[in-house]
Design a protein around this ligand. Structure first.
Ligand SMILES: *[C@@H]1O[C@H](CO)[C@@H](O)[C@H](O)[C@H]1NC(C)=O
Ligand SMILES: *[C@@H]1O[C@H](CO)[C@@H](O)[C@H](O)[C@H]1NC(C)=O
Length: 302
């Protein structure tokens, strides 16, 4: 119950005015006590500079155009002049492996017992699209983005050898799997957090007798494709089979297109069933004047 509830309306009003004035006086006294003059000026100055800073900063952000940012959405498309295809293997050995084939004296003694004789897991790695495109393009150089254990790379090695093409297959992968990667059946031999995927991939290449036709760049897709671009290494056939989310697929496709031989080269990829991949493929096709053909689980630009 309010103490003023028994007063008549006029008294009630006066009472409130009195209380209000009294309250103001108390506040002023408190402010005078708390804020000595210099202190008050200082705080006022802080508030004013904050407001000024807010106004001058936020207004241009609202009205500024983003034209200058669009360039970040385009990928440079000029790589070095192409080197002859018969120099590509040596170029990669020189630049990545100090001139020596990584398959020399492989596997190292301590690694050998940790590898599986047979572990060639893959997805759609033997699909008919490989044979279709290898027959069509007769590639001297194949670039694969996303190799995992090398199932499709060794399949392509067999196909090209069968056709007497002596193609060089360049495998790009960081050979780490992916976050959450774990194979219930096989990756139990992890060593201090290393899944040994690189060594197992190499073992699979050895098993397939493909150590001459396959070479690899054990880096992330963007970094490895940047290297090929710098060295003038182009692929007649470029295969994208890495991450499935839109941004990864979009970046991989754009970066890989830089090192696709033009004209005549063909770019294709796996995982058309994934929405992110599909969106990246069709966006790229529309922007660059390609059509998309579906071959099983794969997409082909033509
Ligand atoms: C790279 O090769 C050179 C020349 O053969 C050699 O002297 C050097 O030790 C090698 N470096 C490494 C890290 O193996
Ligand atoms: C690899 O070569 C060896 C010996 O030359 C042969 O026995 C083996 O069948 C070959 N493997 C494949 C997959 O071609």
């Amino acid at each position: 119950m309010n103490s003023s509830s028994e007063l008549d309306p006029e008294q009630h009003h006066q009472y409130h005015q009195y209380r209000h004035r009294n309250h103001q006086k108390k506040l002023v006294a408190l402010a005078q006590k708390t804020f000595t003059k210099p202190r008050a000026y200082f705080i006022l100055l802080l508030i004013v500079s904050f407001i000024l800073g807010y106004l001058t900063h936020s207004q241009p952000l609202i009205s500024q155009s983003a034209d200058d940012l669009y360039e970040h959405n385009t990928f440079p498309n000029q790589c070095s002049d192409p080197i002859p295809s018969n120099q590509i293997r040596q170029k990669i050995l020189d630049r990545v492996f100090n001139g020596t084939s990584p398959f020399e004296s492989f596997p190292p003694e301590q690694v050998s017992p940790l590898l599986f004789k047979e572990w060639t897991k893959g997805w759609g790695s033997q699909a008919a699209v490989f044979e279709h495109l290898i027959q069509q393009v007769q590639p001297k150089t194949i670039i694969e983005v996303g190799t995992f254990l090398g199932a499709s790379a060794t399949h392509m090695a067999r196909l090209t050898e069968g056709l007497g093409l002596s193609s060089q297959i360049i495998c790009i992968d960081d050979f780490r799997g992916w976050p959450g990667y774990y194979d219930e059946e096989k990756s139990l031999k992890m060593v201090n957090g290393d899944s040994l995927l690189l060594y197992q991939f190499m073992q699979n290449v050895v098993n397939a007798n493909a150590t001459e036709s396959i070479v690899f760049l054990p880096f992330s897709a963007g970094t490895a494709l940047g290297g090929l671009c710098d060295w003038g290494v182009y692929g007649d056939l470029v295969e994208i089979d890495a991450a499935h989310d839109f941004h990864s697929a979009w970046t991989d496709i754009n970066n890989a297109y830089k090192v696709l031989k033009k004209p005549g080269g063909v770019m294709f990829g796996h995982d058309y069933v994934w929405a992110g991949v599909r969106k990246a493929v069709h966006s790229f096709a529309r922007l660059n004047g390609f059509r998309v053909r579906i071959d099983g689980e794969h997409w082909v630009l033509y």
